[in-house]
Design a protein around this ligand. Sequence first.
Ligand code: NAD
Length: 454
Amino acid sequence: MNIINPATAEIITTVQEDSRSALEEKYLVLKAEQISWSKKSLLERLAVVHRFYDLLEADQERLAEVLTSEVGKPLQQSRNEINGARTRIQWMMNNAEKYLSEEWVTDTEELKEKISYDPLGVVCNISAWNYPYLVGVNVFVPALIAGNTVLYKPSEYATLTGLEIERLWRKAGLPDGAFQIAVGGKSVGEELLAMDFDGYFFTGSYKTGKHIYERVALKMVPCQLELGGKDPLYVADDVNDVAAVAAGTADGAFYNNGQSCCSVERIYVHEQVYEGYLDAFLKEVQSWKQGKPTEEGVYIAALTRKEQLAVLEAQVADALAKGALLLTGGKRGVGPGYYFEPTVLSNVTNGMKVMQEESFGPIIGIMKVQDDNEAIALMQDTEYGLTAAVYSSNGDRAQKILSQIDSGSGYWNCCDRVSAGLPWSGRKHSGIGATLSHQGLRAFTKTRAWHMRG
Ligand code: NAD
């Protein structure tokens, strides 16, 4: 399998994809280790996780360079991602004991009742490339903390990072049998679905997630899906500083080249502030430096996947054919890498692809609305339900609007953010189950209810 640098379209290296028999061997190693890993005390397991956490910091620069080389994001954004992953791990380490220890429910002479949290066993994590550290640690860190062993399949677009993660776990002292990596793409993922894991945890597209859910259903084991989004944002007429809101929300739409599951993907603006917002938004977008991800100060670098360039072109063409106005961008940047100009469209409608299909790129549609009710109806008009954001100086108004949107996260005066203490979950086509927060720690366990008379 060739590993391509999306910034240059050159082959960085070639790696060997895992064969069926190699995967089965890895599974057996994980199975053999699982009981002894789960028998270690929580504190012993946390000590290993702590060393992994320290190594992420010690090796940050090298890890950021590797990540940038294969996914094309600006080097500073790779560093930010590794720091963000450490913040999440820290929360998990601080809260593991609280949420994974036994809980007493009844403690009387006649009856004692408690809940215990047992590991699932050997779990399979099929992952995405856009934030391999962030979406990876959401799964494999709490899974290991809870006493599971993990087969981690990084995306084929983030294989080198997956290998780095495996190296760090070894260096941290994790037994080889507690964490194994599956190298490869779709066909390797399919092989994993044919095997007998005790839980499947997937991050990726709706299309693949639905397929995985169908396949895993027959096994009767837990299956969690973190999928895509078409996340809407509404700017109400009572915002205090339209220009600041425009700059902040532009970042929410274009950070990581728009390749975030919770990127702002559609913007609705109250007619009273529409013109000012649009001007300031455009000014912000046009101020960004585009170029190679390793160049200082670059904000918009290469897209990870070449195929996405055609998707974005098709969205622009569809929007223009249906009456949208192209305010900036709209075409590929100068190659040979996979570049696309940051693109802003106005005069859009919800009937356009750019307002319905996940773009996962540097493109945004901005639409004028008359009032909150129109905004709510348009925001709700989607198959997805990951996040929704409202900007307003009135918190009650914002919460009233957000509570009418069917999404796993609601943002008031912020967007495109994830917090380790809050459940990360999608509704509708955006997913099943949650990572992060106490729910995300317990997602890798099965409960046992103890009824004890004695
Ligand atoms: P993808 O669905 O193409 O691939 C994800 C993973 O699934 C990869 O490891 C891939 O090799 C594997 N895979 C592909 N086909 C498979 C099959 N038939 N059987 C088993 N495994 C298979 O997604 P992607 O392009 O890697 O990621 C982008 C998508 O992920 C976007 O839709 C994005 O919104 C979503 N995402 C969601 C979250 C979240 O937390 N909700 C986070 C990051 C990314």
